[in-house]
Design a protein around this ligand. Structure first.
Ligand SMILES: Cc1cc2nc3c(=O)[nH]c(=O)nc-3n(C[C@H](O)[C@H](O)[C@H](O)COP(=O)(O)OP(=O)(O)OC[C@H]3O[C@@H](n4cnc5c(N)ncnc54)[C@H](O)[C@@H]3O)c2cc1C
Length: 371
């Protein structure tokens, strides 16, 4: 089978790896840089504990978490998945999906569904994260996810592509797909901006937020509801922060060499699409102010860099994974939480396209709901 994967983000690289491993003759087409799209501007928390809006969505993300853990073990010396644990507490402004203010319903549901999570008190938080000002903590306690963590998206995508090239002969073409080639109601390849065409038996569109621009035909576009995300990165500091923290003030986590990555949902909601990705951006300064309230030891640290990204979100907020109902041999993967799901989507798409199996976790997330 000859396959084309459009886009070398965390998702496209996972598919390219697994499909090549399964014996398909795969060409990955990337317009810019492997892992350089939304996957490089992500909080990248690999989790299912924030995905409680439906059981099916939780299970899809949970499959993603488990798949990443297996995959990291498959690669000796893998360096992209960090799992020191994540602490989450609520308070005014807490707005995680399914997270009710003022109680621990969420914890009970997670335990029932088999997700590693426990309640911790102020003293335990002080031991886990000594730099946190305990007056910013919820005296009723926090939820600790001892097995959670995050993924370095570009490192992961690069490792998948390199391994697929070396081990299974993946071909990588740098160029921008501008059109799907179709014949008799089926995708037969892609056309690139330089006029070149590549033919294949199946085309998988994993170009994320750019998915509609790549198809060049309004009939095959997916309705999207993109939102803006801003992430600020501090300079390297001497903080002892080790875990991910999801707090009412700010979400933060280590980003290597003493840098801290910062973001907040309520701030993102105020941002226009042309938000400037510069350290002086008031949103970035607000994040810095909040993290300094959370950890006063950070006084004097400044924002070194800011990145913005547009989230690849289908119109109803849920993932879109599967064959396109209006065009044979054309498969689409557009989703938020794509970092969490990437490894599983790689396995699942390979099962569906190469092995002809239907993946039950994808069942609720087919594109047919939009067409
Ligand atoms: C602020 C923020 C926080 C987030 N936090 C989390 C989180 O905590 N956990 C989580 O799981 N997810 C999170 N996400 C979502 C997650 O980052 C995305 O779902 C994921 O990165 C999408 O990966 P992708 O491979 O689909 O897309 P991308 O990484 O964008 O990859 C698409 C690739 O396609 C290429 N491309 C585009 N158009 C073309 C074309 N025409 N031809 C060829 N190539 C093309 C691009 O260059 C790019 O490399 C967050 C996102 C944001 C913005």
């Amino acid at each position: 089978m000859k396959a084309i994967v459009i886009g070398g983000g965390v998702i496209g690289s996972s598919i390219a790896y697994r499909m090549s491993e399964a014996g398909a003759d795969v060409t990955l087409v990337e317009a810019r840089r492997i892992g350089g799209g939304t996957s490089s501007t992500s909080y990248a928390w690999v989790n299912a504990c924030e995905k409680l809006t439906s059981r099916a969505y939780f299970e899809l993300n949970w499959a993603g978490v488990k798949s990443h853990r297996r995959l990291a073990e498959e690669f000796e010396g893998s360096n992209w998945l960090h799992r020191p644990g994540v602490v989450q507490w609520q308070g005014a402004g807490a707005e995680a999906a399914g997270f009710d203010e003022g109680d621990f319903d969420k914890l009970e549901r997670l335990k029932e569904w088999g997700y590693p999570a426990e309640k911790i008190d102020t003293q335990t938080l002080a031991e886990l994260e000594p730099d946190v000002d305990l007056s910013t903590f919820n005296p009723e306690g926090a939820i600790y996810y001892p097995e959670d963590g995050w993924l370095d998206g570009p490192v992961y995508a690069g490792a998948m592509v390199a391994a697929a090239r070396q081990r299974f002969g993946l071909k990588v073409v740098y160029g921008q797909v501008t059109e799907l080639l179709t014949r008799n109601g089926a995708a037969v390849g892609v056309k690139l901006a330089n006029g070149e065409t590549i033919e294949a038996d199946t085309v998988i569109n994993s170009s994320g937020r750019w998915a509609n621009e790549a198809v060049g035909n309004a009939d095959h576009e997916l309705p999207l509801a993109p939102t803006v995300g801003l992430i600020a990165y501090t300079v390297s500091g001497d903080t002892s922060l080790r875990h991910g923290l999801r707090t009412p003030l700010v979400n933060c986590r280590p980003d290597g060499a003493g840098r801290i990555l910062l973001r907040a949902n309520d701030i993102d909601k105020t941002l226009p699409f042309d938000t400037e990705a510069v350290p002086s951006n008031p949103a970035a300064q607000e994040l810095l102010d909040r993290v300094t309230q959370l950890m006063p030891a950070l006084k004097g640290v400044h924002v070194e860099a800011v990145r913005t990204a547009i989230r690849p979100i289908p119109a109803d907020g849920y993932s879109a994974i599967g064959p396109h109902p209006a065009l044979s041999n054309y498969y689409v993967t557009v989703t938020h939480s794509g970092v969490t799901m990437a490894a599983f989507i790689g396995e699942g798409v390979t099962d569906e396209i190469v092995h002809g199996k239907s993946v039950s976790e994808f069942a609720e997330f087919r594109l047919s709901r939009f067409f």
